[in-house]
Design a protein around this ligand. Structure first.
Ligand SMILES: [Zn+2]
Ligand SMILES: [Zn+2]
Length: 201
């Protein structure tokens, strides 16, 4: 048996919920609608909910025979950085959660592992792992400021958005581009653009 009492929940932690006023009678329900401060590390390396930002909880706590079922949504602001051009990104994220927290000594508690089904510690439950997992799943692994962000010129690091279309760093490139352009102009008929593109490579 695991000793679940080893990790004591802090009732002041933003995503530790107190179920004290939820009657332990299956079907009893309580609604939690409030804003809390986001805990640290809620997100991924390049994008996430800033620590301390307002997280809006819109949750329903329901007594079931084995414990407390929490369902609803958690939403908050997101800040990050475009993976291509490094520009800041601001957005919002909303995740759905549905988690069962088993009573101590219930059949569910005896027959499951703590990482499968949450546990109530007295009247407290910790929604943070569920919210963290849901937020991480929802956020993009490769955040972009926009889907077709062209990124940065690898030579000078300036965003392609701010550079002329024929921006280049070497004479060879310039001549090559001019030649490709000339070839395109002197050719007629379908497929000229395709051949031009091939020759530029
Ligand atoms: Zn970008
Ligand atoms: Zn450049």
């Amino acid at each position: 048996m695991h000793d679940h009492s080893l990790k004591h929940l802090d009732p002041r932690a933003p995503l530790v919920l107190d179920t004290r006023d939820l009657p332990r009678r299956p079907g009893a329900m309580r609604v939690i609608q409030r804003a809390v401060h986001a805990p640290s590390n809620l997100g991924l390396e390049l994008i996430g909910v800033p620590e301390g930002a307002d997280l809006t909880l819109d949750l329903r706590l329901e007594s079931v025979s084995e414990g407390v079922l929490v369902s609803g949504t958690v939403s908050g602001p997101v800040e990050g950085e475009c993976g291509r051009c490094l520009r800041p990104i601001t957005d919002t994220v909303t995740v759905s959660v549905q988690e069962l927290y088993a009573y101590a000594h219930s059949a569910t508690e005896e027959t499951t592992e703590e990482d499968e089904v949450g546990r109530l510690q007295g009247d407290l439950l910790d929604l943070e792992p569920a919210v963290r997992d849901a937020v991480v799943l929802e956020l993009p692994n490769h955040p972009l400021c926009r889907a077709d962000c062209p990124g940065l010129c690898p030579e000078c690091g300036v965003s392609w958005d701010e550079l002329p279309a024929d921006h280049s760093h070497t004479q060879v490139d310039l001549r090559w581009a001019a030649l490709a352009k000339l070839t395109e102009e002197t050719r007629t008929g379908s497929g000229a653009a395709d051949r031009g593109a091939t020759e530029k490579e």
